[in-house]
Design a protein around this ligand. Structure first.
Ligand code: FES
Ligand code: FE
Length: 420
């Protein structure tokens, strides 16, 4: 292991003090959301260790198609090789360290370094190194590869030399995502956001729908999760339970997997068992067939669906992915750390690959539901980051009824930071 990585594995006494001063069931100390040293620890302990959602395999359908992603200071290339397999590698030349590729996406036949023209094939093997002696060993100077999995069209990468187990996540996402047909999808639209908030605040906000009633007027019309057992009237609860029961019976009959119950999770994440992925299919409010402004289907059915009434498929994976998919489109969100107080967020809208814009769908009908909901969330996160930066900020308490998943996220985070 190189010395830079080795040194940064240990948390400094100062960061250690900040972590250990955490009061259970409260938000973190302010510096944990904005301090550069803490940010470096987050990169090392979370982002360079876990499985990261990179993108969709339909973004790179042909050999040589690639996209780049930045994880802190690391630039990663994800490319389809000549055999059709997806490869991921560090975007760093093994000669004198230049970045090999400046473009965010494109198509190449091979990687050619712009500096002195060392060249690598699509698996990262060094194939050309001008002006080196015969004794030079090309085989030990390939691009550094990164572990990669393609789960039903969802690409995950891991920068760690020894990645954590992926088999269970593979099985769960595989079973739930297959009927959605991401392999046979296309990107209808990508929107990138620079959110001025620490990545942990973006997750905390994602982990509760306590804020939904006052911030997401569109989302709450379609979904049940802004309700909670402690404040839901018997009538609404009965409606919810009936909708869920009806839907689940129908989905089970048509062979659609419905839930993550097989993992036995009561919160997401499960900090104690270190479970960082989950997926489930859930009912929409009666009259909603899709997460769209009026609940109507706005694009052709995706994947294996033969009936529009499939609720929403929801998937999530820490530290950087969530997806909500309806019968006719899917929306993925990818987070990447962009500094102590900033997160790069990419939102993808996907439809069936044969759907034609203007004929089968309109972006003006496809996008607003999740565009509005996402942008409402970024405003929330940026406002919270501002408040946390104030000298008046002190950690505040989570509601045990509404924010148990936020607390679970914080416990998961602290556990990652404790790990050796
Ligand atoms: Fe890439 Fe010299 S740094 S060829
Ligand atoms: Fe929200």
């Amino acid at each position: 292991m190189d010395p830079k990585h080795h040194d940064s594995l240990s948390v400094s006494p100062r960061v250690q003090r900040l972590l250990s001063s955490h009061r259970p069931a409260h938000t973190l100390e302010g510096e944990l959301y904005r301090d550069p040293e803490v940010y470096q620890c987050d990169l090392e302990k979370v982002w360079r260790r876990g499985w990261l959602f990179a993108g969709h395999s339909c973004e790179i359908p042909e050999a040589g198609d690639y996209f780049a992603m930045n994880v802190g200071d690391d630039s990663i290339l994800v490319v389809r090789d000549e055999s059709g397999r997806i490869q991921a590698m560090h975007n760093v030349c093994r000669h004198r360290g230049s970045l090999l590729c400046d473009e965010p996406c494109g198509r190449v036949k091979k990687w050619v370094c712009p500096y002195h023209r060392w060249a690598y094939d699509l698996t990262g093997r060094l194939i050309h190194a001008p002006a080196m002696p015969d004794s030079f060993d090309r085989t030990s100077h390939g691009m550094k590869t990164v572990s990669v999995h393609d789960v039903e069209g969802l690409i995950f990468v891991c920068l760690a030399e020894e990645p954590p187990a992926f088999a269970e996540a593979f099985e769960l996402f595989g079973a739930l995502a297959k009927p959605q047909g991401f392999r046979k999808a296309k990107i209808a639209k990508i929107v990138d956001y620079h959110v001025k908030a620490n990545w942990k605040l973006v997750w905390e906000n994602n982990r509760e729908c306590f804020h939904c009633n006052s911030n997401h007027p569109q989302y709450i019309k379609a979904n049940f999760d802004h309700y909670n057992i402690d404040d839901t009237s018997p009538q609404i609860r009965a409606e919810m339970e009936a909708a869920v029961k009806r839907s689940e019976a129908r989905w089970a009959a048509s062979g659609l997997a419905v839930s993550h119950k097989q993992t036995g999770m009561t919160t997401f994440p499960d900090a104690e068992r270190n479970i960082w992925y989950s997926a489930n299919r859930t009912a929409l409010v009666d009259g909603y067939l899709s997460e769209t402004m009026d609940g109507k289907q706005v694009a052709p059915l995706m994947g294996d669906y033969r009936d529009a009434d499939v609720g929403t498929l929801r998937m999530r994976a820490l530290p950087n992915f969530w997806n909500h998919s309806s019968c006719d489109h899917g929306v993925s969100t990818r987070l990447l750390p962009a500094g102590p107080e900033a997160t790069s967020v990419r939102v993808y809208w996907l439809v069936d690959k044969d759907a034609v814009e203007g004929r089968d769908y309109e972006l003006s009908a496809l996008m607003p539901f999740w565009q509005l909901t996402s942008e409402q969330d970024w405003i929330i996160c940026e406002r919270q980051q501002r408040g946390i930066s104030s000298s008046a900020y002190a950690p505040g308490p989570y509601s045990p009824y509404k924010e148990y998943n936020v607390d679970a996220f914080i416990r998961w985070y602290l556990k990652q930071m404790e790990s050796k």
